[in-house]
Ligand binder design. Structure first.
Ligand code: TRP
Ligand code: MN
Length: 451
Protein backbone atom coordinates (compact mmCIF):
# COMPACT_ATOMS: atom_id res chain seq x y z
CA UNK A 1 0.00 0.00 0.00
CA UNK A 2 1.19 3.49 -0.67
CA UNK A 3 -0.48 6.85 -0.54
CA UNK A 4 -0.02 9.91 -2.71
CA UNK A 5 1.44 12.99 -1.03
CA UNK A 6 -1.60 15.05 -1.82
CA UNK A 7 -5.13 13.83 -2.32
CA UNK A 8 -5.84 16.13 -5.19
CA UNK A 9 -4.10 14.02 -7.85
CA UNK A 10 -5.66 10.74 -6.68
CA UNK A 11 -8.39 9.35 -8.94
CA UNK A 12 -10.69 8.90 -5.94
CA UNK A 13 -10.54 12.63 -5.31
CA UNK A 14 -12.94 13.22 -8.21
CA UNK A 15 -15.67 13.79 -5.58
CA UNK A 16 -14.27 17.28 -5.07
CA UNK A 17 -15.97 18.48 -8.24
CA UNK A 18 -19.38 17.10 -7.12
CA UNK A 19 -21.93 18.52 -4.76
CA UNK A 20 -21.06 17.43 -1.20
CA UNK A 21 -23.92 17.61 1.27
CA UNK A 22 -23.78 17.06 5.05
CA UNK A 23 -20.14 18.20 5.38
CA UNK A 24 -18.95 20.13 8.45
CA UNK A 25 -18.34 23.81 8.02
CA UNK A 26 -14.77 24.01 9.30
CA UNK A 27 -13.63 27.53 10.21
CA UNK A 28 -10.02 26.89 9.12
CA UNK A 29 -9.51 25.05 5.83
CA UNK A 30 -5.71 24.95 6.10
CA UNK A 31 -6.10 22.93 9.32
CA UNK A 32 -8.28 20.48 7.39
CA UNK A 33 -5.57 20.06 4.76
CA UNK A 34 -2.93 19.45 7.43
CA UNK A 35 -5.06 16.82 9.14
CA UNK A 36 -5.81 15.10 5.84
CA UNK A 37 -2.09 15.00 5.03
CA UNK A 38 -1.42 13.38 8.42
CA UNK A 39 -4.16 10.82 7.87
CA UNK A 40 -2.71 9.89 4.50
CA UNK A 41 0.52 8.88 6.26
CA UNK A 42 -1.18 6.61 8.79
CA UNK A 43 -1.20 2.83 8.36
CA UNK A 44 -4.45 1.40 6.99
CA UNK A 45 -7.05 0.34 9.58
CA UNK A 46 -8.28 -2.62 7.53
CA UNK A 47 -6.55 -4.58 4.78
CA UNK A 48 -7.43 -5.20 1.17
CA UNK A 49 -7.50 -8.98 1.58
CA UNK A 50 -10.06 -8.75 4.40
CA UNK A 51 -12.15 -6.35 2.37
CA UNK A 52 -12.12 -8.79 -0.57
CA UNK A 53 -13.16 -11.65 1.74
CA UNK A 54 -16.13 -9.64 2.97
CA UNK A 55 -17.15 -8.85 -0.62
CA UNK A 56 -17.19 -12.59 -1.34
CA UNK A 57 -19.30 -13.21 1.76
CA UNK A 58 -21.79 -10.55 0.78
CA UNK A 59 -22.01 -12.17 -2.64
CA UNK A 60 -22.86 -15.45 -0.90
CA UNK A 61 -25.54 -13.65 1.12
CA UNK A 62 -26.98 -12.27 -2.12
CA UNK A 63 -27.28 -15.83 -3.44
CA UNK A 64 -28.90 -17.10 -0.24
CA UNK A 65 -25.83 -19.00 0.93
CA UNK A 66 -25.07 -16.83 3.97
CA UNK A 67 -26.96 -14.37 6.17
CA UNK A 68 -25.61 -10.99 7.26
CA UNK A 69 -25.91 -9.53 10.73
CA UNK A 70 -24.93 -5.86 11.00
CA UNK A 71 -25.29 -4.22 14.39
CA UNK A 72 -23.95 -1.45 16.55
CA UNK A 73 -24.52 2.08 17.70
CA UNK A 74 -26.34 4.75 15.80
CA UNK A 75 -23.41 6.96 16.71
CA UNK A 76 -20.32 5.67 18.48
CA UNK A 77 -18.79 8.16 20.88
CA UNK A 78 -15.20 8.57 22.01
CA UNK A 79 -16.31 8.47 25.66
CA UNK A 80 -17.99 5.09 25.22
CA UNK A 81 -15.19 3.43 23.29
CA UNK A 82 -14.03 1.80 26.52
CA UNK A 83 -13.09 -1.86 26.87
CA UNK A 84 -16.27 -2.58 28.86
CA UNK A 85 -18.73 -1.04 26.43
CA UNK A 86 -17.02 -2.58 23.43
CA UNK A 87 -16.86 -6.01 25.04
CA UNK A 88 -20.58 -5.98 25.79
CA UNK A 89 -21.39 -4.88 22.26
CA UNK A 90 -19.19 -7.57 20.70
CA UNK A 91 -20.67 -10.18 23.05
CA UNK A 92 -24.17 -9.17 22.03
CA UNK A 93 -23.33 -9.46 18.33
CA UNK A 94 -21.75 -12.86 18.82
CA UNK A 95 -24.67 -14.11 20.89
CA UNK A 96 -27.08 -13.04 18.16
CA UNK A 97 -24.85 -14.66 15.54
CA UNK A 98 -24.96 -18.07 17.25
CA UNK A 99 -28.75 -18.07 17.29
CA UNK A 100 -28.97 -16.89 13.69
CA UNK A 101 -26.41 -19.45 12.50
CA UNK A 102 -28.55 -22.19 13.95
CA UNK A 103 -31.79 -20.72 12.60
CA UNK A 104 -30.46 -20.11 9.11
CA UNK A 105 -28.32 -23.26 8.93
CA UNK A 106 -25.97 -20.97 7.07
CA UNK A 107 -22.84 -19.01 7.87
CA UNK A 108 -23.65 -15.65 9.45
CA UNK A 109 -21.51 -12.76 8.25
CA UNK A 110 -20.83 -10.56 11.25
CA UNK A 111 -20.44 -6.84 10.71
CA UNK A 112 -20.28 -4.17 13.40
CA UNK A 113 -21.38 -0.58 13.07
CA UNK A 114 -18.18 -0.16 14.95
CA UNK A 115 -14.68 1.33 14.82
CA UNK A 116 -15.63 4.28 12.63
CA UNK A 117 -19.32 5.11 13.14
CA UNK A 118 -18.55 8.53 14.61
CA UNK A 119 -20.22 10.90 12.12
CA UNK A 120 -23.91 11.67 11.63
CA UNK A 121 -25.94 13.42 8.95
CA UNK A 122 -28.41 15.86 10.45
CA UNK A 123 -31.72 17.19 9.21
CA UNK A 124 -30.84 20.72 10.37
CA UNK A 125 -27.49 22.51 10.30
CA UNK A 126 -28.20 24.29 13.56
CA UNK A 127 -29.90 23.67 16.87
CA UNK A 128 -31.62 26.34 18.97
CA UNK A 129 -32.01 26.13 22.73
CA UNK A 130 -33.36 28.95 24.87
CA UNK A 131 -32.80 31.51 22.13
CA UNK A 132 -29.21 30.38 21.44
CA UNK A 133 -28.44 28.90 18.00
CA UNK A 134 -25.34 26.73 17.49
CA UNK A 135 -24.17 24.20 14.90
CA UNK A 136 -25.86 20.78 15.23
CA UNK A 137 -23.96 17.92 16.80
CA UNK A 138 -22.63 15.85 13.86
CA UNK A 139 -20.94 13.09 15.79
CA UNK A 140 -17.68 12.93 17.74
CA UNK A 141 -15.72 12.89 14.48
CA UNK A 142 -16.87 16.46 13.90
CA UNK A 143 -17.74 18.26 17.14
CA UNK A 144 -18.77 17.71 20.73
CA UNK A 145 -22.34 17.21 22.00
CA UNK A 146 -22.09 19.80 24.75
CA UNK A 147 -24.17 22.88 23.92
CA UNK A 148 -21.52 25.62 23.87
CA UNK A 149 -20.12 27.53 20.92
CA UNK A 150 -16.67 26.07 21.50
CA UNK A 151 -17.85 22.46 21.71
CA UNK A 152 -20.10 22.71 18.70
CA UNK A 153 -17.56 24.32 16.35
CA UNK A 154 -16.36 21.61 13.93
CA UNK A 155 -12.74 20.74 14.68
CA UNK A 156 -10.74 18.85 12.01
CA UNK A 157 -8.35 17.44 14.64
CA UNK A 158 -11.22 15.21 15.66
CA UNK A 159 -10.60 13.30 12.43
CA UNK A 160 -7.25 12.20 13.86
CA UNK A 161 -8.97 11.24 17.13
CA UNK A 162 -11.43 9.27 15.03
CA UNK A 163 -8.60 7.37 13.42
CA UNK A 164 -7.01 6.56 16.79
CA UNK A 165 -10.27 5.47 18.40
CA UNK A 166 -11.03 3.28 15.41
CA UNK A 167 -7.55 1.75 15.59
CA UNK A 168 -7.86 0.98 19.30
CA UNK A 169 -11.34 -0.46 18.79
CA UNK A 170 -10.18 -2.69 15.94
CA UNK A 171 -7.31 -3.88 18.07
CA UNK A 172 -9.73 -4.93 20.78
CA UNK A 173 -12.01 -6.61 18.24
CA UNK A 174 -9.12 -8.60 16.83
CA UNK A 175 -8.09 -9.68 20.34
CA UNK A 176 -11.62 -10.69 21.34
CA UNK A 177 -12.45 -12.52 18.16
CA UNK A 178 -9.16 -14.37 17.75
CA UNK A 179 -8.17 -14.91 21.37
CA UNK A 180 -10.58 -17.62 22.52
CA UNK A 181 -13.23 -15.21 23.72
CA UNK A 182 -15.45 -15.79 20.68
CA UNK A 183 -15.48 -19.57 21.16
CA UNK A 184 -18.85 -20.87 20.00
CA UNK A 185 -19.26 -22.94 23.17
CA UNK A 186 -18.56 -19.97 25.41
CA UNK A 187 -20.95 -17.72 23.48
CA UNK A 188 -23.61 -20.42 23.66
CA UNK A 189 -23.09 -20.53 27.41
CA UNK A 190 -23.87 -16.80 27.64
CA UNK A 191 -27.10 -17.40 25.72
CA UNK A 192 -28.14 -19.93 28.36
CA UNK A 193 -28.18 -17.05 30.83
CA UNK A 194 -30.59 -15.13 28.61
CA UNK A 195 -33.09 -17.94 28.07
CA UNK A 196 -33.08 -18.85 31.78
CA UNK A 197 -35.07 -15.63 32.33
CA UNK A 198 -38.82 -16.51 32.52
CA UNK A 199 -39.65 -13.43 30.39
CA UNK A 200 -38.15 -15.29 27.45
CA UNK A 201 -39.85 -18.64 28.00
CA UNK A 202 -41.26 -18.54 24.47
CA UNK A 203 -37.74 -19.06 23.05
CA UNK A 204 -37.05 -22.06 25.26
CA UNK A 205 -37.64 -24.72 22.66
CA UNK A 206 -35.34 -23.10 20.09
CA UNK A 207 -32.74 -22.51 22.81
CA UNK A 208 -33.02 -26.16 23.83
CA UNK A 209 -32.48 -27.32 20.25
CA UNK A 210 -29.34 -25.21 19.98
CA UNK A 211 -28.17 -26.59 23.29
CA UNK A 212 -28.60 -30.16 22.12
CA UNK A 213 -26.76 -29.39 18.88
CA UNK A 214 -23.81 -27.99 20.82
CA UNK A 215 -23.85 -30.97 23.22
CA UNK A 216 -23.95 -33.38 20.30
CA UNK A 217 -20.98 -31.68 18.69
CA UNK A 218 -19.03 -31.92 21.93
CA UNK A 219 -20.00 -35.55 22.51
CA UNK A 220 -18.86 -36.42 19.00
CA UNK A 221 -15.52 -34.76 19.68
CA UNK A 222 -15.99 -32.04 17.08
CA UNK A 223 -13.28 -29.53 17.90
CA UNK A 224 -11.76 -27.39 15.21
CA UNK A 225 -10.17 -23.97 14.98
CA UNK A 226 -13.17 -22.33 13.38
CA UNK A 227 -15.18 -23.00 16.56
CA UNK A 228 -12.81 -20.75 18.46
CA UNK A 229 -12.55 -17.75 16.15
CA UNK A 230 -14.78 -15.44 14.20
CA UNK A 231 -14.29 -12.76 11.57
CA UNK A 232 -16.00 -9.59 12.73
CA UNK A 233 -15.96 -6.92 10.04
CA UNK A 234 -16.23 -3.19 10.61
CA UNK A 235 -18.57 -0.77 8.87
CA UNK A 236 -19.74 2.80 9.08
CA UNK A 237 -21.50 5.45 7.05
CA UNK A 238 -18.99 7.01 4.65
CA UNK A 239 -20.09 10.53 5.46
CA UNK A 240 -17.00 12.69 5.94
CA UNK A 241 -15.39 12.88 2.53
CA UNK A 242 -12.07 14.33 3.72
CA UNK A 243 -11.62 11.45 6.14
CA UNK A 244 -12.69 8.70 3.76
CA UNK A 245 -10.57 9.93 0.89
CA UNK A 246 -7.54 10.46 3.14
CA UNK A 247 -7.90 6.83 4.32
CA UNK A 248 -8.00 5.48 0.77
CA UNK A 249 -4.89 3.62 -0.40
CA UNK A 250 -3.75 1.83 -3.52
CA UNK A 251 -3.32 -1.87 -2.78
CA UNK A 252 0.12 -2.89 -3.99
CA UNK A 253 -1.08 -6.34 -5.01
CA UNK A 254 -4.02 -5.38 -7.22
CA UNK A 255 -3.29 -1.72 -7.91
CA UNK A 256 -6.86 -0.89 -6.89
CA UNK A 257 -8.05 1.78 -4.46
CA UNK A 258 -9.45 0.61 -1.12
CA UNK A 259 -10.95 2.80 1.56
CA UNK A 260 -9.03 1.38 4.52
CA UNK A 261 -11.14 3.11 7.20
CA UNK A 262 -13.51 0.11 7.39
CA UNK A 263 -14.42 -3.04 5.51
CA UNK A 264 -17.95 -2.08 4.50
CA UNK A 265 -19.08 1.49 3.88
CA UNK A 266 -22.50 2.83 3.15
CA UNK A 267 -24.15 6.05 2.10
CA UNK A 268 -27.34 7.20 3.73
CA UNK A 269 -30.73 8.15 2.42
CA UNK A 270 -29.64 11.81 2.64
CA UNK A 271 -26.38 11.42 0.71
CA UNK A 272 -27.24 8.90 -1.98
CA UNK A 273 -27.77 11.45 -4.76
CA UNK A 274 -26.56 9.90 -8.04
CA UNK A 275 -24.45 12.90 -9.01
CA UNK A 276 -23.40 13.77 -5.48
CA UNK A 277 -19.92 13.57 -4.01
CA UNK A 278 -20.63 10.54 -1.80
CA UNK A 279 -21.71 8.26 -4.63
CA UNK A 280 -18.75 9.54 -6.67
CA UNK A 281 -16.30 8.57 -3.90
CA UNK A 282 -17.82 5.11 -3.38
CA UNK A 283 -17.72 4.54 -7.13
CA UNK A 284 -13.92 4.79 -7.01
CA UNK A 285 -13.19 2.35 -4.21
CA UNK A 286 -13.10 -1.43 -4.28
CA UNK A 287 -14.83 -2.08 -0.93
CA UNK A 288 -18.23 -3.69 -0.75
CA UNK A 289 -20.63 -0.78 -0.35
CA UNK A 290 -24.18 -0.18 0.78
CA UNK A 291 -26.87 2.35 0.02
CA UNK A 292 -29.78 3.04 2.35
CA UNK A 293 -33.09 3.20 0.51
CA UNK A 294 -36.11 4.92 2.04
CA UNK A 295 -39.79 4.54 1.11
CA UNK A 296 -39.73 7.23 -1.60
CA UNK A 297 -37.00 5.49 -3.63
CA UNK A 298 -38.15 4.90 -7.20
CA UNK A 299 -37.06 1.87 -9.26
CA UNK A 300 -35.35 4.32 -11.65
CA UNK A 301 -33.28 5.82 -8.83
CA UNK A 302 -32.35 2.36 -7.63
CA UNK A 303 -31.33 1.22 -11.12
CA UNK A 304 -29.31 4.42 -11.50
CA UNK A 305 -27.37 3.44 -8.39
CA UNK A 306 -26.79 -0.08 -9.72
CA UNK A 307 -25.46 1.34 -12.97
CA UNK A 308 -23.24 3.87 -11.26
CA UNK A 309 -21.93 1.71 -8.42
CA UNK A 310 -21.89 -1.79 -9.85
CA UNK A 311 -21.86 -1.49 -13.65
CA UNK A 312 -20.18 -4.87 -14.16
CA UNK A 313 -22.58 -6.68 -11.87
CA UNK A 314 -19.98 -7.97 -9.44
CA UNK A 315 -21.43 -10.17 -6.70
CA UNK A 316 -21.20 -8.73 -3.20
CA UNK A 317 -20.20 -5.28 -4.42
CA UNK A 318 -23.54 -3.57 -3.80
CA UNK A 319 -25.93 -3.98 -0.90
CA UNK A 320 -29.22 -2.13 -0.68
CA UNK A 321 -30.26 -1.55 2.91
CA UNK A 322 -33.97 -0.76 2.87
CA UNK A 323 -35.44 1.38 5.66
CA UNK A 324 -39.03 1.82 4.61
CA UNK A 325 -41.00 1.73 7.86
CA UNK A 326 -43.17 -1.18 8.95
CA UNK A 327 -46.29 0.42 7.53
CA UNK A 328 -44.77 0.99 4.08
CA UNK A 329 -42.38 -1.83 3.33
CA UNK A 330 -45.03 -4.15 1.91
CA UNK A 331 -46.05 -1.42 -0.55
CA UNK A 332 -42.69 0.04 -1.42
CA UNK A 333 -40.23 -2.85 -1.56
CA UNK A 334 -41.88 -5.13 -4.20
CA UNK A 335 -41.37 -2.68 -7.11
CA UNK A 336 -37.67 -2.35 -6.25
CA UNK A 337 -37.21 -6.10 -6.04
CA UNK A 338 -38.94 -6.62 -9.39
CA UNK A 339 -36.85 -3.93 -11.07
CA UNK A 340 -33.62 -5.39 -9.73
CA UNK A 341 -34.66 -8.83 -10.84
CA UNK A 342 -35.36 -7.57 -14.36
CA UNK A 343 -32.02 -5.75 -14.47
CA UNK A 344 -30.26 -8.97 -13.54
CA UNK A 345 -27.15 -7.50 -11.89
CA UNK A 346 -26.76 -9.04 -8.44
CA UNK A 347 -27.83 -7.05 -5.39
CA UNK A 348 -27.56 -8.09 -1.75
CA UNK A 349 -30.68 -7.00 0.14
CA UNK A 350 -30.68 -6.13 3.80
CA UNK A 351 -33.35 -4.66 6.03
CA UNK A 352 -32.76 -1.78 8.40
CA UNK A 353 -35.95 -2.00 10.46
CA UNK A 354 -34.93 0.87 12.72
CA UNK A 355 -34.82 4.14 10.82
CA UNK A 356 -38.27 4.07 9.25
CA UNK A 357 -39.88 3.45 12.63
CA UNK A 358 -38.75 6.29 14.87
CA UNK A 359 -41.47 7.94 16.96
CA UNK A 360 -41.66 10.44 19.82
CA UNK A 361 -42.99 9.10 23.11
CA UNK A 362 -45.61 11.06 25.02
CA UNK A 363 -42.83 11.93 27.45
CA UNK A 364 -40.84 13.48 24.60
CA UNK A 365 -38.22 10.77 23.97
CA UNK A 366 -37.19 9.76 20.47
CA UNK A 367 -37.95 6.04 20.58
CA UNK A 368 -38.98 2.97 18.56
CA UNK A 369 -41.33 0.11 19.29
CA UNK A 370 -39.83 -3.39 19.39
CA UNK A 371 -42.98 -4.87 17.83
CA UNK A 372 -42.90 -2.37 14.95
CA UNK A 373 -39.26 -3.19 14.28
CA UNK A 374 -40.13 -6.88 14.11
CA UNK A 375 -43.03 -6.10 11.80
CA UNK A 376 -40.71 -4.42 9.29
CA UNK A 377 -38.42 -7.45 9.39
CA UNK A 378 -41.44 -9.62 8.72
CA UNK A 379 -42.54 -7.40 5.82
CA UNK A 380 -39.03 -7.64 4.39
CA UNK A 381 -39.14 -11.45 4.40
CA UNK A 382 -42.66 -11.47 2.93
CA UNK A 383 -41.72 -9.15 0.06
CA UNK A 384 -38.73 -11.34 -0.85
CA UNK A 385 -40.83 -14.44 -0.58
CA UNK A 386 -43.36 -13.01 -3.03
CA UNK A 387 -40.74 -11.75 -5.47
CA UNK A 388 -38.60 -14.87 -5.31
CA UNK A 389 -35.57 -12.79 -4.29
CA UNK A 390 -33.17 -13.33 -1.41
CA UNK A 391 -33.43 -11.59 1.98
CA UNK A 392 -29.72 -11.31 2.71
CA UNK A 393 -29.56 -9.91 6.20
CA UNK A 394 -30.46 -7.40 8.87
CA UNK A 395 -28.90 -4.11 9.94
CA UNK A 396 -29.83 -2.89 13.42
CA UNK A 397 -28.84 -0.27 15.99
CA UNK A 398 -27.95 -1.89 19.27
CA UNK A 399 -25.77 -1.67 22.35
CA UNK A 400 -24.62 -4.33 24.78
CA UNK A 401 -25.75 -2.23 27.72
CA UNK A 402 -29.04 -2.32 29.62
CA UNK A 403 -30.29 0.99 28.28
CA UNK A 404 -33.97 1.92 28.03
CA UNK A 405 -34.37 3.55 24.64
CA UNK A 406 -36.78 1.27 22.76
CA UNK A 407 -40.21 0.36 24.11
CA UNK A 408 -41.75 -3.10 24.04
CA UNK A 409 -40.23 -6.57 23.89
CA UNK A 410 -40.96 -9.41 26.29
CA UNK A 411 -39.85 -7.35 29.27
CA UNK A 412 -42.50 -4.83 28.21
CA UNK A 413 -40.41 -1.75 28.61
CA UNK A 414 -42.95 1.09 28.70
CA UNK A 415 -42.80 4.79 27.96
CA UNK A 416 -42.41 5.69 31.62
CA UNK A 417 -39.26 3.51 31.83
CA UNK A 418 -37.52 5.38 29.00
CA UNK A 419 -36.25 7.97 31.46
CA UNK A 420 -34.35 5.48 33.61
CA UNK A 421 -31.43 4.82 31.24
CA UNK A 422 -31.81 6.80 28.04
CA UNK A 423 -28.21 7.39 26.97
CA UNK A 424 -28.04 7.68 23.20
CA UNK A 425 -26.96 11.01 21.72
CA UNK A 426 -28.78 10.35 18.46
CA UNK A 427 -31.11 7.38 17.75
CA UNK A 428 -32.58 4.84 20.21
CA UNK A 429 -30.89 1.43 20.28
CA UNK A 430 -32.00 -2.09 21.12
CA UNK A 431 -30.55 -3.03 24.48
CA UNK A 432 -28.77 -6.33 25.11
CA UNK A 433 -31.94 -8.31 25.86
CA UNK A 434 -33.95 -6.79 23.03
CA UNK A 435 -31.13 -7.59 20.60
CA UNK A 436 -31.14 -11.24 21.61
CA UNK A 437 -34.89 -11.37 21.42
CA UNK A 438 -34.76 -9.99 17.88
CA UNK A 439 -32.18 -12.63 16.97
CA UNK A 440 -34.40 -15.40 18.34
CA UNK A 441 -37.39 -14.19 16.37
CA UNK A 442 -35.43 -13.83 13.13
CA UNK A 443 -33.89 -17.26 13.72
CA UNK A 444 -37.33 -18.81 14.19
CA UNK A 445 -38.39 -17.30 10.90
CA UNK A 446 -35.27 -18.44 9.03
CA UNK A 447 -35.67 -21.92 10.45
CA UNK A 448 -39.30 -22.18 9.33
CA UNK A 449 -38.55 -20.95 5.84
CA UNK A 450 -35.60 -23.33 5.52
CA UNK A 451 -37.61 -26.40 6.46
N1 TRP B 1 -16.23 -19.51 13.14
C1 TRP B 1 -17.61 -19.86 12.97
C2 TRP B 1 -18.43 -18.64 12.58
O1 TRP B 1 -17.95 -17.54 12.69
C3 TRP B 1 -18.21 -20.53 14.23
C4 TRP B 1 -18.22 -19.66 15.45
C5 TRP B 1 -17.25 -19.58 16.41
C6 TRP B 1 -19.23 -18.73 15.85
N2 TRP B 1 -17.58 -18.70 17.40
C7 TRP B 1 -18.80 -18.17 17.09
C8 TRP B 1 -20.45 -18.36 15.30
C9 TRP B 1 -19.55 -17.17 17.74
C10 TRP B 1 -21.20 -17.38 15.96
C11 TRP B 1 -20.73 -16.79 17.14
O2 TRP B 1 -19.56 -18.78 12.18
MN1 MN C 1 -29.42 6.04 13.44
Amino acid sequence: MNAPDSGSDAPWDSWRSHDAVQQPDYPDSSAVREVAAKLRRQPPLVFAGEVDDLREWLGAAGRGEAFVLTGGDCAETFAESTADHLRLKIQTLLQMAVVLTYGASMPVVKIGRIAGQYAKPRSKDTETRGGVTLPSYRGDAVNSFEFTAEARTPDPHRLLDTYHHAAATLNLIRAFTKGGYADLRLVHHWNRGFTANPAYARYESLAEEIHRAVKFMEAAGADFDSLREVDLYSSHEALLLEYESAMTRIDSRTGRAYDTSGHFLWVGERTRDLDGAHVELLRRIRNPIGVKLGPTTTPEQMLGLVKRLNPDGQEGRLTFITRMGADRIRDCLPALLEAAKADGRPVTWMTDPMHGNTITSSSGYKTRRFETIMDEVKGFFEAHDDAGTVPGGIHVELTGDDVTEIVGGSEELDEASLASRYETLVDPRLNHQQSLELAFQVAEHLKRSGE
